[in-house]
Structures are given as structure tokens and as C-alpha cells.
Design a protein around this ligand. Structure first.
Ligand code: HEC
Ligand code: HEC
Ligand code: HEC
Ligand code: HEC
Ligand code: HEC
Length: 215
């Protein structure tokens, strides 16, 4: 577990490490309530009900994206974690912080935290996380450096031209699948070479025909 918190040898973080291990096994089902934004735009950054920071949790504490977004590997949908996931730690850490009051309330009442959804494609577009993540497309290609964001904003346009640019030439954006959540990964040789090898081995073939994305 030590590797999860490389920057600290604090006792509390070691304890947390153990808790995280248990949580990763137990915390599966995700219950989320969303209010949908009416626009999807680069830079979109709504105010969230809890000042949750990816920079702190994913960046400084080093929690893997999968710890909270556990469905990305096996579903179209990436799912926001249920309150239980937060409480794996926050029953012990910052237990009287006023910033965590909505989290404690949610845990007590069973009402999900009303996170505001940021990324949203129109209904006539088909998208699937699993297909991309297992192919070796990193979160960073489509969401930017989430691990450096205090509040998440939409970093890429996610429009048709953006999708097609990669589908026509995916090689520079394909990496070994186990590295997709390492947003700061630096390839040790030409990324296009690495990507081309993986594409050939896995027979990857992103659709560029209309019905591939408009089903
Ligand atoms: C400790 C739990 C946790 C971890 C670890 C975590 N996230 Fe999140 N993530 C959340 C929560 C809670 C939200 C909803 C609130 C928000 O948008 O900040 C969220 C929102 C997001 C969103 C925006 C979703 C939307 O509304 O469209 C993206 C994208 C995202 N996370 C990507 C990542 C990536 C990439 C990583 C790994 C670098 C990561 N997350 C790690 C809990 C987590
Ligand atoms: C692996 C343990 C862990 C998990 C899981 C976790 N946190 Fe945290 N969280 C921490 C630690 C450690 C701190 C920083 C405490 C400090 O500043 O000393 C923190 C700080 C916070 C703070 C700032 C509190 C303050 O008063 O400054 C908020 C808000 C927060 N977390 C929300 C969440 C939410 C929401 C979730 C679930 C999506 C979550 N956390 C999941 C460990 C965790
Ligand atoms: C190929 C681009 C792409 C990659 C790679 C990608 N995402 Fe997404 N993500 C999207 C798009 C597009 C949406 C909006 C989906 C929609 O509206 O159907 C989204 C939405 C989300 C959401 C909001 C919930 C949802 O599913 O709508 C979260 C959380 C998220 N992504 C996390 C991640 C994480 C974590 C990774 C890496 C493990 C990742 N994404 C990799 C494009 C991507
Ligand atoms: C950075 C590269 C990249 C970006 C950006 C990207 N894709 Fe893909 N996409 C891929 C790769 C690689 C595959 C091929 C997977 C395979 O062959 O197994 C793929 C496959 C797909 C598939 C077929 C998967 C299936 O389940 O049938 C769809 C649909 C798709 N992408 C839609 C989109 C949409 C919509 C966007 C924009 C929001 C997008 N992609 C952005 C790389 C990308
Ligand atoms: C790789 C995925 C992908 C493929 C392939 C694709 N589209 Fe799209 N298309 C999208 C996305 C994503 C949007 C949503 C754009 C937005 O929200 O700005 C979109 C939007 C559209 C729109 C709505 C107008 C607009 O530009 O926003 C039309 C019309 C359209 N596509 C037609 C087509 C046709 C015709 C083809 C075949 C030549 C095609 N698409 C192939 C992903 C794709």
C-alpha cells in the first residue's frame, strides 16, 4: 500500500492506506444523482456541492482514478463514486470539517451528494469509456491533467472534430493499458512507435464512419 502515498510516511496515511485497500474491495455500487448542464463546452466548470479537490486526492495523496471511478474499465459510463467511498477515509480524517458536512449528511440520510455533471455529449452520440480505456487511451487525452485541478473543468472540446482527429491517427495517443490513469507518464521513446506496436498487436480500429458514433 505504501506506493499509494509515496509522499508521506505519516502514520495516519498508513492507516488510510489499509482503509483504502478494504474500500477498493467493498466499494462497488455507485448511486449518483446528476443535474445536467445545458451546454457542453471547453472550460465548463460548475460550482460543486462539496469543495472536493482532485489535486489533493488524485495528485498529492496519489489515489488512483480507478479507486473512485471504478466502472471505467467495464462500462460505458465512468460513474461518480458513492458517498461511502469518501467515508472510507472521512470517518477518520477531518471528521469535524464544515466543508465535509454535506458528505456526512449524505452518509446519514442515504441521499446522494448532488454533484453537477460537467462532461456531457448529446444523446445522438455513442460513447464508451471501457472501449477507450482498455485500448490504452489515457484519461489525460480527453480530460487533461485532472490530477492538477482543484475543481474539475472541461479541458478538451470533445466535439466531432476532436474525436475524429484521434480516430484517424490514434498512434501517438495509445499507451500500455495499465498506464491509462498515470496522467504524468512520460514515454521513454517516440510515443507513436509505442502506440503503433500496441495497435498492431491488439488490432485496434477506431471507427471513422458515421454509424460508428451515431448509432
Ligand atoms: C477520491 C475519489 C476520486 C478520485 C481518486 C478521482 N476522482 Fe474524479 N471525481 C470524483 C468526484 C467526487 C467527482 C465529482 C465532483 C467533481 O466534479 O469534482 C469527480 C469528477 C471527475 C470528472 C468530471 C466528471 C463530470 O462531471 O463530467 C472527471 C473527468 C474525473 N473525475 C476524472 C478523474 C481522473 C482522471 C482521476 C485520476 C487522475 C480521478 N478523477 C480521480 C472523485 C474522484
Ligand atoms: C484515501 C482517503 C480519502 C478518500 C477516499 C477521500 N478523502 Fe477527502 N481527504 C483525505 C485527506 C488525507 C485530506 C486532507 C486532510 C488534511 O488537509 O490534512 C482530505 C481532505 C478533504 C477535504 C478538505 C477538508 C478540509 O476541511 O480542508 C474535502 C472537502 C474532502 N477531502 C472531500 C472528499 C470527498 C467528497 C471524497 C469522496 C469523493 C473524499 N474526500 C475521499 C483523504 C481522503
Ligand atoms: C476518448 C476520450 C475519453 C477518455 C480516454 C476518458 N474519458 Fe471520461 N469522458 C469522456 C466523454 C466524452 C465524457 C462524456 C460522456 C457522455 O456524455 O456520455 C466523459 C465523462 C466522464 C465522467 C463523467 C461520468 C460519465 O461517464 O459521463 C467521468 C467521471 C470520467 N469521464 C472519467 C474518466 C476517467 C477516470 C478516465 C480514465 C480512466 C476517462 N474518463 C477517460 C471522454 C473520455
Ligand atoms: C485519443 C484518441 C481517441 C479519442 C480522442 C477518441 N477516441 Fe474513440 N476510440 C479510440 C480508439 C483507439 C478506439 C478503438 C478501440 C478498439 O478498436 O478496440 C476507439 C473506439 C471508439 C468507438 C468504438 C467502440 C465501440 O464500443 O464500438 C466509438 C463509438 C468511439 N471510439 C467514439 C468516440 C467519440 C464519440 C469520441 C469523442 C468524444 C472519441 N471516440 C474520442 C481512440 C480515441
Ligand atoms: C468518432 C466519432 C464520430 C464520428 C465517426 C462521426 N461523428 Fe458526428 N458527431 C460526433 C460528436 C462527438 C458530435 C457532437 C458534437 C458537439 O457536441 O459539438 C457529433 C455531431 C454531429 C452532428 C451535429 C452537428 C454538429 O456538428 O455538432 C452531425 C450532423 C454529425 N455529427 C454528422 C456526422 C456524419 C455525417 C458523420 C460521418 C461522415 C459523422 N458525424 C461521424 C462524433 C462523431
Amino acid at each position: 500500500m505504501a506506493a499509494i502515498f509515496p509522499k508521506s510516511s505519516d502514520l495516519i496515511l498508513k492507516v488510510l492506506g489499509a482503509v483504502v485497500g478494504l474500500g477498493a474491495v467493498a466499494g462497488v455500487g455507485a448511486y449518483t444523482y446528476y443535474t445536467y448542464p445545458t451546454v457542453i463546452d471547453t472550460g465548463y466548470q460548475p460550482v460543486q456541492p462539496v469543495p472536493y479537490s482532485h489535486k489533493l486526492h488524485a495528485g498529492q495523496l496519489g489515489l488512483d482514478c480507478f479507486y473512485c471511478h471504478s466502472t471505467v474499465y467495464k462500462a460505458a459510463y465512468a460513474a461518480i463514486p458513492p458517498t461511502q467511498t469518501c467515508m472510507n477515509c472521512h470517518t477518520k480524517v477531518k471528521t469535524d470539517s464544515p466543508r465535509l458536512e454535506p458528505v456526512r449528511q449524505s452518509f446519514k440520510t442515504g441521499q446522494p451528494i448532488p454533484w453537477v455533471l460537467i462532461h456531457r455529449l448529446p444523446d445522438f452520440v455513442y460513447f464508451n469509456h471501457e472501449a477507450h480505456v482498455t485500448a490504452g487511451v489515457s484519461c489525460v487525452s480527453c480530460h487533461g491533467r485532472i490530477d492538477q485541478m482543484i475543481e474539475v473543468h472541461q479541458d478538451k472540446p470533445l466535439n466531432m472534430a476532436f474525436c475524429l482527429a484521434c480516430h484517424k491517427d490514434p498512434a501517438p495517443n495509445i499507451r500500455p493499458a495499465e498506464l491509462v490513469t498515470k496522467l504524468d507518464w512520460i514515454p521513454d521513446r517516440d510515443p507513436r512507435e509505442i502506440g503503433s506496436e500496441i495497435i498492431a498487436r491488439k488490432h485496434l480500429n477506431p471507427p471513422t464512419n458515421c454509424s460508428g458514433c451515431h448509432r
